[in-house]
Design a protein around this ligand. Structure first.
Ligand SMILES: *Cc1c(COP(=O)(O)O)cnc(C)c1O
Length: 428
């Protein structure tokens, strides 16, 4: 494949945009080479500026669960745009999507819409702190909750040490209120709670981790988190920015039967427009301004175009009873196919999968937390990435990302992909 025009566009972009991209994950820093510029997309396929067609396994990092340029979503946005693009005043459609979201997701009474997953998580922990009157939060090493200061805290080696910022610009003062536990390790959580009695407002977690590759919660881990939160008057915050409206109508809460106190959304909820949201029971949500004392606001929050896209998307997911089952079946098919050809070629790997989230870790042992994910062979991943790309298959340009399947994928696409994995595996 030729990437002449993409390379030229990237060179232009680098002059006026830091690193040539508006979000670091889009750059090819982890795999080498220059990023591909997209011209348009339809269904399961991307078409780049050089005229190449790529099967897309990123899908805008999740939102395009029904495929690109999905007609009901596009039509809803176009129709809305003709009537004005922003008012900064209440509109009926905000209530409509709120009602639908509250009906689909368990244990939530009210929802507040924002513009990104970052904003949702940032606001959720402010609300948790305001509601509980406590300052500290626990997060898990390797979990991503957006780029707000409190979450950019590095995994230390010991679970019970204070976090240190992993970006310049995040102050020690902020970092000291974020405690780090290890994913799938309830003892690391108990230890932190023991050492910081009555100081912890909330535990925030990706109920299925997706930002260190896909890592499912083990056995009773989520249940034990719920119990430890109850016993210590700590709120449990599920960051369902990836899993919400993807794993089930009611997200991971529904899939695992666990009741979270606050739930964060993004990605799918906006149908490809910039939307995030956070939700909880009345008692908690009524703490938010203008009803309560915790301040949170947004000029473009609940934007009509964004709400139209989100409402169209959620309506489709709500009425199509089989969509999540179909997605999970396609993903299982891909899993089995890839497992076989990688095994046949003697490639050490571990595939993790939940619903339509899947990732191939080039590590031979079980991957269940950040340190086991970090053991993956990055050179193998780089070669795999570029090999797949040469066959017209676009996966995330980082070993620490999940693939997101879209319902627009056909079994032919999946067979083509498995065959490509087979060919690439021979070269690894
Ligand atoms: C993507 C993501 C976020 C951040 O959402 P943005 O819309 O990129 O700000 C937060 N949490 C999780 C789990 C995510 O995957």
């Amino acid at each position: 494949m030729i990437y002449k025009r993409s390379s030229a566009l990237f060179a232009e972009a680098e002059k006026v945009i830091p690193g040539g991209v508006n979000s670091p994950v889009r750059a090819f820093k982890g795999v080498g080479g220059t990023p591909i510029f997209v011209k348009e997309a339809k269904g399961a396929y991307l078409y780049d500026e050089d005229g190449n067609r790529l099967i897309d396994y990123i899908n805008s990092w999740g939102p395009m669960i029904l495929g690109h340029a999905h007609e009901p979503v596009v039509n809803a946005v176009v129709e809305k745009a003709k009537k004005g693009t922003s008012f900064g005043m209440p509109t009926e459609i905000e209530t409509k999507i709120a009602e639908l979201a509250v009906s689909m997701v368990p244990h939530i009474d009210k929802i507040r819409f924002v513009n990104s997953g970052t904003e949702a998580c940032m606001s959720a922990i402010r609300l948790a702190r305001g509601f509980t009157g406590k300052d500290k939060i626990i997060k898990f090493a390797g979990c991503y909750h957006g780029h707000s200061d409190s979450f950019l805290i590095q995994a230390g080696s010991g679970a019970s040490t204070f976090g240190t910022p992993n970006s310049p610009g995040v102050t020690q003062g902020t970092a000291k209120d974020t405690l780090l536990a290890n994913y799938n390790d309830i003892d690391s959580v108990a230890e932190l709670i023991g050492a910081n009695k009555k100081e912890i407002a909330c535990i925030i977690i990706e109920p299925v981790a997706g930002n260190m590759g896909c890592i499912p919660p083990k056995g009773n881990f989520l249940k034990e988190l719920r119990l430890i939160c109850d016993a210590n008057n700590i709120l449990l915050v599920f960051d369902e920015v990836m899993t919400g409206f993807r794993l089930a109508k009611g997200g991971a809460q529904e899939l695992y039967g666990i009741h979270a106190d606050i739930v964060c959304f993004g990605k799918v909820i906006g149908g490809g427009l910039p939307v995030g949201a956070f939700a909880a029971r009345n008692e908690i949500m009524n703490y938010l301004a203008p009803e309560g004392p915790v301040y949170q606001a947004g000029t473009l929050s609940g934007n009509p175009l964004a709400m139209a896209a989100g409402l169209a998307m959620l309506s489709e997911l709500n009425t199509d009873d089989k969509v999540f089952k179909r997605l999970a079946e396609k993903t299982e098919y891909l899993h089995k196919g890839m497992f076989k050809v990688l095994n046949d070629n003697g490639i050490a790997h571990t595939i993790n999968r939940v619903g339509s989230m899947i990732s191939v870790h080039f590590a031979k042992d079980e991957v269940f937390d950040f340190s086991t994910a970090a053991k993956g062979n990055n050179d193998t991943f780089k070669a795999f990435f570029h090999g797949m790309l040469s066959h017209g298959i676009y996966i995330a340009p980082s070993a620490f990302e999940t693939w997101f399947l879209t319902d627009a994928l056909t079994y032919e696409d999946l067979d083509y992909t498995i065959n490509a994995v087979h060919k690439v595996a021979k070269t690894l």
